[in-house]
Design a protein around this ligand. Structure first.
Ligand SMILES: Nc1ncnc2c1ncn2[C@@H]1O[C@H](COP(=O)(O)OP(=O)(O)OP(=O)(O)O)[C@@H](O)[C@H]1O
Length: 801
């Protein structure tokens, strides 16, 4: 393990001073080392010595790299850019195919917002520091080269060079190959996946994909011709140098042997900027970018800046003048001074190091919350909402939560809670972003944020979290705050905000209805659906309830595969007549979600495609009458249909259709049956016993049924009438949303009927009826009375057929 003693540091500094005598004035070891005078060699915190000591150097371009004890002036290239002949030979590696493709896209992209490169590289440096701090909780020896945890960005504007140095976890040789030669990482992999889905030309266009996903380390090539990464992992004795060029399909790795470039730990990236991008190497530019993009990185970021202070210097006076002023002139001479500006270079702390969540919410602006969000989660859109809170009492923690503006790409995210959306800190030490599943239920996995607890141990593991009572309490509070935040969006004056939220995360909340009974009361008011009275705009359940008719007891819904089929289902007929609103559940998850909710504000959810539909207008006497009149026909139809239906009943939900196939109260609806079939792999016959009973409901006022009734009374064995029953059943299957058991046979039956009609066996008025009955505003019954019954009877067909 490489470790620099106080003596070796001073030697490096002295050597450097000697080498660059003419640029570096007082690189005297005296000032820095005065700070630690008396300290034992082994205790010297070499990095802090170098960074806390007084910095000096006058002259505009000469700089001292206090991190590695090496001068950086105009001659920087002579030490850093060129490889020493005595270096061990570099090994050449080919990039993984995806990296080559990505590099090609980056290098040739027209992406205008190139400055994101600094954000990406600083964020990698910050991750490396986080990793080190986290691992050192259990392996304190990782920190034994006690360099402070920080990030330093230095520029050499004359040569167009930027160096970004961190004292983080660094990389071993193998890690260099794995991390900088292949793509297995989240953001970059996602970027490539998305690119596959769209035209690669778009990366520089409106899509702004690079900015949206970040291309991590490779974004260095947005602005650089050549990138050199010198890195030292505390797990390895050696320091390695990775070197890659923008237009090459390969990179090299060699061991770092130049003592001037050795660091105790961490990574230094040197970017040799493209000719047109050298402007990024201006100290003020870098400072501005850090302030813009990396303000909320939780480690100090220093940029190397030229500074100045004023001081009084004596001015040589004309001796003749002195004489005039006094006897000996000496007293007067002392007062002759002038103010000059002394220039020097020094590290400047450029970001806000106090974590945002520790600040007083009253003092944080919306812009700051948004910037923090974008920096921390690599987002490019502002969040839809944020919530900053502290909980006290039994469990204390601080948190800032956000609702993103858009859902992540890819469908898996709703069922895969490993989103790295919640960053857990313990006493300000970043622990992990892998624990979101423990802190939030998966249906709220889209919520992003930071959580900082003082009550958890630093070496917290998933097992500890799962067992912890503290975490259970934290989880409850976090969930409640997340709901408050979403409710806030729903109450926003701008309805678009919630529409946007719903479009992106509505499915998540519906999953919540299924998975989190405890929070039904919080979820239900946030749900949105289309309805028979609102097909363009979503409505809330509150809006539904407000719109209920005085005689309406329940919240009605129909589940279907599309708005068109929902709108045209026969189940709606009577409800529309009564002006009852019906929710259209057209998302596959809707039906299960609603069934889990069961009720809202004490109103039950009722599926209008299921048996025993009560529309609050029961007329027992009329039912009795109908039963008497149609009872025999019902039995006859049941006999004909056999086991296909559990029973045949007179419907109270139809007005224009002759019949409908209703699902049993506790069985699957047609919609659910369709979904289950779609999900079953292989033989679907096992589903048959699951589907429950079906009831064939007939509309006693419909002419076909009336005529069937007549046929039954005059002779139930009429072949044509029996065929009509079969066809009615098959047609009802389709119109009720089921799949016909034998579509080819159904087709055959229809053709047969057509043939009969065309051959004159069918009376023309029946066809006429269909045209007339479909006239708007006319019920089937009116139509039959007007057009069908008399002519058919007059035609003398058996049973009216
Ligand atoms: N400064 C650094 N110190 C240590 N390791 C680093 C550093 N920069 C990059 N790495 C390693 O290289 C890997 C790849 O970095 P890259 O930026 O391409 O992806 P990422 O940061 O993991 O994910 P994303 O694509 O979301 O940025 C990182 O995961 C990390 O292991």
């Amino acid at each position: 393990m490489h470790k620099l003693s106080r003596r070796s540091v001073s030697a490096i500094l002295r050597n450097s001073g000697a080498r660059y005598r003419n640029t570096a004035a007082p690189i005297a070891s005296s000032t820095p080392f005065n700070d630690v005078a008396g300290e034992d060699d082994s205790k010297v915190k070499w990095h802090s010595v170098l960074t806390t000591g007084r910095r000096y150097i006058t002259g505009s371009t000469a700089q001292v790299n206090l991190r590695n004890g090496m001068f950086m002036g105009n001659r920087y290239e002579s030490t850093a850019a060129a490889s020493d002949a005595s270096d061990p030979p570099a090994e050449k590696y080919e990039y993984q195919a995806e990296v080559s493709r990505l590099m090609d896209l980056i290098v040739h992209s027209l992406y205008s917002n190139k400055e994101v490169f600094l954000r990406e590289l600083v964020s990698n440096a910050s991750d490396a520091l986080d990793k080190l701090r986290f691992l050192s909780v259990t392996e304190p020896e990782l920190m034994k080269d006690a360099a402070e945890l920080d990030i330093r960005v230095q520029t050499d504007k004359d040569n167009g060079i930027i160096t970004i140095t961190d004292t983080g976890i660094g990389m071993t040789r193998q890690e260099l190959v794995d991390c900088l030669g292949t793509i297995a990482q989240s953001g970059t992999a996602k970027f490539l996946k998305t690119l596959k889905a769209c035209d690669s030309k778009d990366i520089g266009g409106d899509n702004n994909l690079i900015g949206q996903f970040g291309v991590g380390f490779y974004s260095a090539f947005l602005v650089s011709d050549r990138v050199v990464v010198s890195t030292k992992s505390p797990k390895s004795d050696k320091q390695y140098v990775w070197e890659g060029e923008a237009n090459a399909g390969s990179y090299t790795i060699r061991e770092e042997t130049d003592p001037e470039k050795l660091v105790p730990r961490g990574t230094r990236l040197t970017l040799y900027l493209k000719r047109d991008d050298k402007g990024f190497a201006h100290p003020e530019k870098v400072q501005k970018l850090v302030k813009n993009y990396s303000q909320f990185v939780s480690f100090p970021i220093y940029t190397w800046q030229e500074k100045g202070f004023t001081k009084e210097v004596e001015v040589d006076e004309d001796p003749a003048e002195d004489k005039k002023d006094g006897e000996d002139g000496k007293a007067e001479k002392k007062r002759k001074t002038k103010t000059v500006v002394e220039r020097y270079w020094d590290w400047d702390l450029t970001n806000e190091t106090k974590p945002l969540w520790l600040r007083n919410p009253k003092e944080v602006t919306t812009e700051e919350y948004n910037e923090f969000y974008k920096n921390t989660f690599n987002e490019y859109l502002d969040p839809l909402a944020s919530s900053h809170f502290t909980t006290e009492g039994e469990v204390e923690f601080r948190s800032v939560l956000y609702v993103p503006a858009i859902a992540p790409m890819g469908k898996d995210d709703i069922v895969n809670p490993k989103t790295k959306n919640i960053r857990l800190y313990v006493k300000r030490v970043f622990i992990s972003d892998d624990f979101d599943g423990e802190l939030f239920p998966r249906y709220l996995s889209f919520v992003k944020g930071v959580v900082d607890s003082n009550d958890l141990p630093l070496n917290v593991s998933r097992e500890i979290l799962q067992e912890s009572r503290i975490v259970r309490i934290m989880r409850k509070r976090l969930v409640r705050k997340a709901f408050d935040m979403i409710l806030g969006i729903s109450m926003s004056e701008n309805r678009d905000d919630y529409d946007k939220f719903w479009e992106n995360f509505g499915k998540h909340l519906k999953l919540g209805c299924i998975e989190d009974r405890e929070n039904h009361k919080r979820i239900a008011p946030l749900l949105r659906f289309f309805s028979s009275q609102s097909e363009e705009e979503f409505i809330s359940l509150d809006e539904y309830v407000e719109n209920m008719k005085p005689e309406q007891k329940d919240v009605y819904y129909i589940a279907s595969d599309s708005l068109t089929s929902a709108r045209n289902t026969p189940f709606l007929e009577r409800l529309l007549e009564k002006d009852f609103e019906v929710l259209f559940l057209v998302d596959p998850i809707d039906e299960v979600a609603i069934q889990n909710l069961k009720s809202y504000k004490e109103k039950n959810f009722v599926d209008i495609s299921k048996e025993d539909l009560d529309l609050g207008d029961k007329n027992e006497e009329k039912e009795k009458e109908m039963k008497q009149e149609y009872g025999k026909t019902c039995e006859w139809i049941k006999k004909r249909l056999g086991d296909k239906v559990a029973s045949v009943q007179i419907s109270n939900r139809l007005s224009t259709s002759p019949c409908v196939l209703v699902s049993g109260k506790f069985g699957w609806s047609a919609n659910m049956e369709r979904l289950m079939k779609a999900q079953t792999v292989g033989d679907t016959s096992s589903l048959d016993y699951m589907r429950g009973r079906r009831v064939f409901e007939i509309n006693a006022e419909h002419p076909i049924i009336k005529n069937l009734n007549a046929a039954c009374n005059s002779g139930p064995d009429d072949e044509d009438a029996l065929r009509v029953i079969d066809l009615l059943y098959d047609t009802a299957l389709i119109s009720s949303g089921f799949t016909p058991e034998n579509p080819a046979q159904l087709g055959g039956k229809i053709y047969e009927m057509m043939g009969m009609a065309l051959s004159g066996k069918w009376a023309a008025p029946t066809i006429e009826f269909q045209q007339t009955a479909n006239q708007p505003g006319r019920t089937a019954n009116q139509a039959v009375e007007a057009e069908v019954v008399e002519p058919v009877e007059a035609g003398g067909h058996k049973g009216g057929y």
